[in-house]
Design a protein around this ligand. Structure first.
Ligand SMILES: Cc1cc2nc3c(=O)[nH]c(=O)nc-3n(C[C@H](O)[C@H](O)[C@H](O)COP(=O)(O)OP(=O)(O)OC[C@H]3O[C@@H](n4cnc5c(N)ncnc54)[C@H](O)[C@@H]3O)c2cc1C
Ligand code: FES
Length: 362
């Protein structure tokens, strides 16, 4: 990380730590200098700079699970990622937070960012769909919807069992604030006495019985297999793809087996593209392929995915650097400021559109 990027991080104190379930813990973070708190929209995330154990730092993203109206602090809610086997290390950041960080600790964070945001201007009914710790953005959204709108809301959450279910009381209290909010909890391995509405996998039949035919805004967040399954079920039930907004936590896979990851809901307006003879092209130098830019894709990454190419990505928000590629020639526009300055011969595909024809080292 460059000095400029490092200087954007601000010290926040952990003012409380709360166990939410057997695997999930919340941390409330308040700026050491009260003026450094920045507003956010429900669904956005913070980037934390955490010690990597080797004298350096690692970056990890955590969605703010509290309401954007709780000014002065942010709550993040973190699942402890244990090692899947003895041969591999445990999750660096989540285990550090769970095992070592206590109230009084200071953590450096960047300002909230991310395109997965509640569209508060829409009047459509809302479906908030989450798997596991993917409920962090949907709980923040529910906070806003319960208090500031009359839109019908379905909060649907799937997890393994009551033991690992986080924020249940908060969700039930929010749903009780007004009529029109339905809650459904589905436990994959429900134990005796676990209170839930359905068991096993969240199925097409369950969703069909819960959701009357309507034109919904759907917000979806969870592990890749959950996202793939639910995306298939929803589109199979006739939900339009552009109504489904989604967030992947961590290294993401594509939403469909065919390699399609649809554009995020309400992407920023496409930048004007410089006119050229023959139009703007995205040229892949290594593979010798060339595509006419469509002028409408959310980003070069989304455009390449629509052509059946699968560049690596993770955050899709200019933070992690996973989508970085060599820029052989041409100019791009950053519609999301990257965390780190990019040299002229490199480009982040997830947050750029072409200003002219570009040649990528791909
Ligand atoms: C936009 C966004 C928002 C997010 N919001 C949240 C949130 O609200 N809450 C939340 O809990 N998470 C969230 N995440 C995920 C979070 O950023 C981290 O990815 C997560 O906490 C795991 O990080 P870690 O450092 O603990 O694990 P890592 O060190 O990245 O390891 C991940 C897993 O891989 C295993 N592993 C490590 N090394 C190896 C190896 N060599 N071979 C095989 N396996 C290995 C680890 O044991 C662990 O299980 C979000 C991610 C994104 C992109
Ligand atoms: S995918 Fe993380 S920076 Fe582009």
């Amino acid at each position: 990380m460059s000095d400029a990027a490092a200087s954007r991080f601000r010290p926040f104190e952990v003012v409380s730590k709360k166990r939410e379930s057997a695997t999930i813990t919340s941390f409330r973070l308040a700026p050491l200098d009260g003026g450094q708190w920045r507003p956010f929209e429900a669904g956005q995330f913070l980037t934390l700079r955490i010690p990597d154990g080797k004298g350096g730092y690692a970056l990890r993203n955590y969605t703010v699970s509290s309401s954007p109206r709780e000014e002065g602090s942010y709550r993040i809610t973190v699942k402890r990622e244990a090692a899947p086997s003895d041969e591999v290390p445990q999750g660096l950041s989540s285990c550090w937070l769970h095992d070592e960080v206590e109230p009084g600790a200071v953590i450096e964070i960047d300002t909230p960012r991310g395109g997965f945001k509640l569209d508060a201007a829409s009047t459509r009914p809302v479906v908030l769909l989450s798997g596991g710790v993917g409920l962090t953005p949907t709980v923040s959204m529910l906070n806003v919807l319960a208090r500031e709108s009359e839109r019908p809301v379905w909060f649907i959450h799937a997890c393994d069992s009551a033991e690992v279910h986080a924020l249940r009381d908060e969700v039930e209290a929010l749903a009780a604030l007004r009529p029109g909010i339905s809650v459904h909890f589905c436990y994959r391995f429900a134990g005796d006495g676990d209170r839930c509405h359905s068991r096993g996998f969240l199925s097409r039949d369950t969703l069909q019985s819960l959701l009357p035919l309507d034109d919904y805004d759907i917000y979806m967040c969870g592990p890749p297999p959950f996202m793939q399954a639910l995306y298939g079920i929803l589109t199979g039930l006739g939900v339009r793809k552009e109504r489904i907004a989604y967030e992947f936590f961590g290294p993401a896979s594509l939403l469909t087996a065919e390699g399609e990851t649809p554009a995020r809901k309400a992407p920023p307006a496409p930048a004007p593209v410089a006119a050229e003879d023959g139009g703007v092209k995205i040229v892949l130098e290594k593979s010798g392929r060339s595509f006419a830019w469509d002028g409408a894709s959310e980003s070069i990454l989304a455009f390449l995915e629509a052509q059946g190419i699968e560049p690596a990505f993770s955050c899709r928000a200019g933070v992690c650097g996973t989508c970085e590629q060599g820029l052989v020639s041409g100019e791009v526009d950053y519609f999301e400021e990257p965390l780190d300055d990019m040299p002229a011969d490199r480009v982040l595909l997830c947050c750029t559109r072409p200003k002219s024809s570009v040649v990528l080292d791909l």
